[in-house]
Design a protein around this ligand. Structure first.
Ligand code: IYR
Length: 222
């Protein structure tokens, strides 16, 4: 029963050993996730994408406004249109806009303006950030911390995809304004990430890179 809009937290204490086991198992599982650019064309059922979106949508958000729209595209013509538009921008980015300091860190990752993943992957999931909401009085009001909220939602979506045995890539064509037009989204929605989702290609490759150690990413003050 809700009292003043609050209900008891549904929470169970776990035995200490189980806490450790779960922590270790999750790290191992998350650490096995890799971003690949090489997708198989094999189909993925819509239900799996729906579930991953619902996982993303469990994210905490500023004032609980849940300021995200996930647009999931499997239509081949639409994917081709998105790829063509992305490649047009990316060609300019790679040849004219990208400063040398940027090229230097991208070079080992083997990225370029060719975006096969946008037509190979069975699904392209585009995450739109909502900068405005409709108030009860019908007027438009702002959303809060929408970038942070959508970043968290993206992380949860990515983990859900990995957990179900699929792969994804966080692709950021820049600028991304074309996605609003192609996908017919309203002006207060801003494309943040394009995430192709599918199975990896049989010969999928990933860069030979490693992750930072704990000491390089964390400071403990006890
Ligand atoms: N948006 C371009 C370039 C790019 C930028 C970064 I930072 C990356 O980590 C990878 C790519 C692209 O998607 O190719």
């Amino acid at each position: 029963m809700s009292v003043d809009g609050f209900i008891p937290l549904d929470w169970n204490q776990l035995p200490k050993q189980e806490m450790e086991e779960r922590a270790n198992a999750l790290f191992q599982q998350m650490n096995s996730r890799r971003t690949t650019r090489h997708f198989s064309k094999e189909k993925v059922p819509r239900e799996l994408i729906e579930k991953a979106i619902m996982c993303g949508s469990t994210a905490p958000s500023g004032a609980h406004l849940q300021p995200w729209t996930f647009v999931a595209v499997s239509n081949s013509e639409m994917k081709s249109k998105m790829r063509n538009a992305a490649e047009l921008e990316e060609k300019k980015t790679y040849t004219e806009r990208m400063p040398e300091a940027w090229q230097e860190v991208l070079q080992p990752l083997g990225t370029d303006a060719v975006k096969e993943h946008m037509t190979d992957a069975p699904w392209l999931v585009v995450l739109f950030r909502q900068s405005k909401r409709v108030r009860e009085n019908g007027e438009q009001g702002p959303t809060y911390y929408s970038t942070e909220s959508c970043g968290i939602a993206a992380g949860m979506f990515i983990h859900a995809i990995h957990n179900m045995g699929l792969v994804t890539l966080t692709h950021t064509p820049s600028p991304m304004g074309f996605l609003r037009e192609i996908l017919d989204r309203p002006n207060h929605e801003h494309a943040m990430l394009v995430m192709p989702v599918g199975y990896p290609a049989d010969d999928a490759k990933v860069p030979d890179i490693s992750r930072k150690e704990l000491a390089d990413v964390a400071v403990f003050l006890e």
